[in-house]
Design a protein around this ligand. Structure first.
Ligand code: GLU
Length: 298
């Protein structure tokens, strides 16, 4: 196996401690396996993209010594591939146009909630638009046993989600014409030959959808590892939206030591004085923690 990992930041603001933790975990896993580490800028969610944030993130990664093995991939350049993937799913009858507005979905979910049944998209447009204009494209999820997706997460162990009851038919192209994260991430990881995905546990909930989509597109399923998210004092996930501080790139060593500690890495009282020293110690600690048999290269 040729290991290929990646870090896939959304340029909604500068790199903060939470995203540094994800970057570091994916970087250490790639190093421990002697594999390649790629960076992908997830800049297709136009309304959330902040001008300048992508180059800021890329510069910070360089500054902290995480150098990608290939030039970064920008999702905004890959729209034609997403179009092709959707066409492939259309040809197989796996997707359908949906005319529901947010309000209509919220109302029907409210009813479902009152009846104490599922909170998944109720499939209103599965059999036709009922005279409504098409707004979004949804992937039809299977019923019964086929809806249950189970996978082994390298950190969080066995995970199971029932796509029919917990998610419902999910959106691949949004009403505002934007490509959904779920489709873009699956197409991009497959095209880049990604074998191992290491990211924050906030994305655990998306993984079953992505695995199902991989199967629909005939793409292989990578290994998954979701690291615990960093939370603020209120217990909320640190994010650019709730004002997470940009990383102080002037003090990379301190930030990286704190990120390694968040990952539970025992640097055994070592106080590495250089970035390379830190990465060497942290890679060995990661390999021991995650039971990776270390490769010699890199
Ligand atoms: N762009 C996503 C984020 O920043 C990460 C996507 C992924 O790693 O799959 O939350």
């Amino acid at each position: 196996m040729t290991y290929r990992g990646r870090f896939a930041p959304s340029p909604t603001g500068p790199l903060h401690f939470g995203s540094l933790v994800s970057a570091l975990a994916s970087w250490l896993d790639a190093r421990a396996h002697g594999g390649a580490w790629l960076v992908r800028v997830e800049d297709i969610d136009r309304p959330r993209t902040v001008p300048g944030a992508a180059s800021d993130i890329l510069a910070t990664l360089e500054r902290v010594g995480m150098h990608a093995d290939e030039p970064p991939i920008w999702q905004s350049t890959r729209i034609a591939r997403y179009e092709q993937a959707l066409d492939q799913l259309k040809a197989r009858g796996l997707v359908y146009p949906c005319g529901c507005t947010r309000k209509e979905i919220a109302d029907s979910l409210l009813h479902a909630h009152a009846r104490n049944t599922t909170l998944a998209y109720p499939g209103t447009c599965r059999d036709g638009l009922h005279g409504k204009p098409a707004r979004a494209w949804r992937l039809r999820v299977p019923d019964g046993e086929a809806a249950v997706i189970t996978f082994e997460d390298r950190w969080q162990r066995t995970q199971t989600q029932n796509l029919a009851t917990e998610v419902g038919d999910f959106v691949l192209k949004r009403a505002d014409d934007q490509w959904a994260y779920q489709l873009a991430v699956v197409v991009d990881d497959a095209d880049a030959g990604i074998t191992h995905i290491v990211r924050g546990a906030d994305l655990m909930d998306s993984t079953a959808r992505q695995i199902y989509l991989q199967r629909c597109l005939g793409a292989p399923t990578p290994e998954y590892l979701h690291v615990p998210v960093v939370t603020n004092d209120q217990g909320e996930k640190l994010s650019k939206q709730n004002g997470a501080q940009a990383l102080d790139a002037g003090k990379p060593l301190e930030a990286l030591i704190a990120a390694a500690r968040h990952l539970g890495l025992d640097l055994s009282g070592q106080a590495p004085g250089t970035l390379e020293g830190l990465y060497t110690a942290a890679t060995a600690a990661w390999a021991a923690r995650m039971r990776v048999r270390m490769s010699v290269s890199k």
